[in-house]
Ligand binder design. Structure first.
Ligand code: 5RP
Length: 222
């Protein structure tokens, strides 16, 4: 299987996994990225089985609407059965690094609301230690240099993602060479820097299940 075929396979597996949760009241949280796009396309096939979706980015909202799926504001939703999204890295504890597409803050908010977080990835995303992929940090623009200095003190090498503005009007620092030995601790530590909106570590709210596409098929990891 090619990487694209693996993404397609996990997207279809995710639809099958969430199918029992779907009814007239179900709201599905939907992530951002190329794997999430495969999921959106597969979800379109069962759009008659659920009420609406909450999108983690403007791009995802547009793709969902393009399939005729109703997209609602998270503030109008009191309960969300499931959130499905990709990741840039995951470890054996199902801790994730996300935000390669820059949607990390909305992704983290939607994941926080969902009862179950189903992460869909191909096998290239599995790592022993998080941090090979530069850790995205969303920052209020005026705090960019200050936050970069603080991230350097934590041992990382922040790089400004030039020309990129998040859906929330903020900027991204991608932190290279960060040794992530304590994902939960580091997630909290970075969030405590004034000017940080959020960071791409999903350890405090890890995935509940990872569906991983491999050349031999889809593996389910808990
Ligand atoms: C976007 C994300 C994505 O889930 C992550 O970047 C993975 O994307 P892809 O499925 O394209 O590899 O966090 O902010």
């Amino acid at each position: 299987m090619t990487q694209d075929e693996m993404k397609q396979a996990v997207a279809e597996a995710a639809v099958e996994r969430i199918r029992p949760l779907l009814n007239d009241d179900t709201v599905v949280g939907v992530g951002t990225g190329s794997t999430a796009n495969c999921f959106i396309d597969a979800l379109a096939g069962v759009k008659h089985l659920f009420a609406a979706a909450v999108a983690s980015s403007e791009a995802t909202a547009e793709r969902l609407r393009g399939h005729g799926i109703d997209v609602v504001d998270l503030n109008s939703v009191s309960e969300m059965a499931v959130y499905v999204d990709g990741a840039d890295e995951f470890d054996k504890h199902l801790h994730l690094v996300k935000g390669g597409g820059g949607a990390l803050t909305r992704e983290k908010i939607v994941a926080a609301v969902a009862k179950e977080f189903v992460c869909i990835v191909d096998s290239s995303k599995k790592v022993d230690l998080l941090g090979e992929f530069p850790l995205p940090v969303e920052v209020i623009p005026m705090a960019r240099s200050y936050v970069a200095r603080e991230l350097t003190k934590l041992g990382g090498m922040p790089v400004y993602r030039e020309g990129f503005v998040t859906d929330n009007g903020n900027v991204i620092l991608d932190v290279h060479d960060m040794e992530i030995l304590d994902p939960k601790g580091l997630e909290q530590q970075i969030n405590n820097i004034v000017g940080v909106v959020t960071n791409g570590l999903f350890a405090l709210r890890a995935a509940d299940v990872v569906l991983m596409g491999t050349p031999d098929g889809v593996e389910t990891l808990h």
